[in-house]
Design a protein around this ligand. Sequence first.
Ligand SMILES: CC(C)(COP(=O)(O)OP(=O)(O)OC[C@H]1O[C@@H](n2cnc3c(N)ncnc32)[C@H](O)[C@@H]1OP(=O)(O)O)[C@@H](O)C(=O)NCCC(=O)NCCS
Length: 150
Amino acid sequence: MEIRYRIATETDIPSLAGLRALTRGTVEGWAPYIAGYMEGINNPQKALAPRAVYAAMDDEKVVGWIAGHLTKRLGCDGELQWIDVAPEYRRKGIASELVKLLAGWFAGQNASKICVDPGNDDSRKFYAANGAENLNQHWMYWEDITILVE
Ligand SMILES: CC(C)(COP(=O)(O)OP(=O)(O)OC[C@H]1O[C@@H](n2cnc3c(N)ncnc32)[C@H](O)[C@@H]1OP(=O)(O)O)[C@@H](O)C(=O)NCCC(=O)NCCS
């Protein structure tokens, strides 16, 4: 299986919302919210305008995605907003590749200190495995995410 990575577009939104809805909420709820995020209309707390969204593809199927933006939140330069991989594609390194891609985008924006709200214990382990540390009781962060860029 060869996974390809590319910038996500508007036509991916139903797939991205479908992946998000596996964890929380509904496709109908997420689709307009993600669309608004991509367009810069929906802004997470203290978000700045620059943002990036990437998709992981198995042939024509979206099997994972990541989104992040520049921010003024928590003293960070950027925030990893969402990351999801389809259950049958997990533990194959796909999310780690997506983090590297986003890290490359952050590097291009001169953003190095990146925060993430892990949301659950599994993702906390995933972020720790990718070099993130605890920022406080809840949030995690990379002091310099650009070291992940190969
Ligand atoms: C968290 C998530 C994105 C990880 O995706 P993934 O593609 O399976 O991650 P990777 O294969 O790159 O994992 C890299 C390493 O992270 C750690 N890791 C990943 N998932 C883990 C889990 N469920 N439990 C413990 N460690 C985990 C492991 O060290 C793993 O390496 P290994 O497989 O060699 O042991 C995926 O489980 C997911 O989509 N979860 C639901 C959505 C979610 O919680 N998103 C984050 C909050 S927005």
